[in-house]
Ligand binder design. Sequence first.
Ligand code: HEC
Length: 465
Amino acid sequence: MLKKWRFLGLLVVAFGIVWVIRSQPTISMAHPPDSPPSYYHDIAPIIAQHCLMCHTEGGIGTVALDTPESAVENSAKIALTAAVGDMPPWMPGPESPAMLHERKLTEEEITLLVEWARADAPLGDPSEAVEVNPTEIPSIRQDVVLTMPEYTPDATLRDDYRCFLIDPQVAEDRYITAYTVQPGQPSVVHHVLLYQIEGWGRALAERRDAQDEGLGWQCFGGPDVAGVDGGLENSIGSWTPGTFPTIFPEGTGVRLIGGGLIIMQVHYNLSAGALPDQTSAILQLAPADAEIQPLTTYSLYAPVEIPCPADTTNPECDRATARRLILEQTGRRPTDLMDMCQHSLEDYIHQDAANVTSTCEYPVPYNLEVISVLAHMHLRGKSIRIESNPSESDGQVILDIPDWDFHWQGGYILQEPLLLKRGDTVRITCVWDNTHGDNLRYIFWGESTEDEMCLGAVITRQATR
Ligand code: HEC
């Protein structure tokens, strides 16, 4: 729903952009006005390279764009979503360091799409078709394949978040050097997160599994197994549509706990229907006797204290009432991170509900190279940023997501590892908007769609520099 409104808003903005381009003949064009870009020569290669990993029949993209007819029919929408930067979906903003497999269009490509739509989407001459080399997808070894049972998402929901317990049957500690996910039903699988728990957690996870009817259990913000930490230290991987296999730098790997278990969390977006799915995660392991430098994940949390708009009279907007209700309804006391981050309630309760900001800072224990970075908030998230030595001359941005969209959360691998020095400070900053919805309440940290999180993680190796 939110998405639809956002899309409408974007339409308006994009029409503005198209209009501006149209009304300013001085803007340099890739093509003179008498020969507009054509589908075969200019547009098909852009679509093939940047869109088809999601926009084919049965893909997660809501329209197929893999035929000349479908591209022509959708030309206006293609131009609009590209011009406003909504497609292809890619959350890290321009301040973020360069990431592997970025999904970004160049200015020139955007101009071509806009120009083409403006010229009524001419097909051009098929003999001018430009040969496109399909993007090469790196292949990895399938040493362990983790397959969930076939599950049919709950058709009464728009989004079904489901966790499955899987035994990788790996007795001794090993190192994961690469992984990927193969969605069983690409049109519904919107993201997959993999967590590992130690073998002793089996009974706890099985108890949680048994609580819900059907296969697996409902989970949103994390594995939701009491007694098992849902922090990103336990996360071994994340996947969203269009993601390439993750390959860690040569000689490094993430520890796969011997005798442990995997919880696979799958987010089903059911706009295409509640089709049955059986998704697999594929792990490539280093040989048992290989010398591997372990990658270490550091989680970054900031307090979640999100007040309602000042004029709201809803009783649940009172912090104490909201806290009591959560305790009564779930038996859980909302997590309070204020002490750890040296903040007080005063820092939060008077904030503007449309821009509630929370931060926390962490000292770097020794020289580290950041290989990869992850960020996680829920549906009220607006932006998230992870940076070192903020507002100092040697400060570095590790990840900046100016326009958070829960549906595209995941991890990113830096093109160049980023050095953090012992004694540096790493800060995480989250911003939320708590002005939408019928049932506003004071929001705390929690696992449900109605709660929020401010969670980041850096996957690092000890620096050799
Ligand atoms: C990584 C997957 C992915 C890639 C790559 C991608 N899209 Fe999308 N696209 C989606 C999804 C998913 C939606 C449905 C809305 C949403 O979730 O944002 C969508 C929606 C759209 C829509 C709106 C369709 C409607 O319902 O009206 C258009 C138009 C579109 N994409 C065009 C493009 C173009 C053009 C490209 C390439 C330049 C592209 N997309 C690349 C996943 C993708």
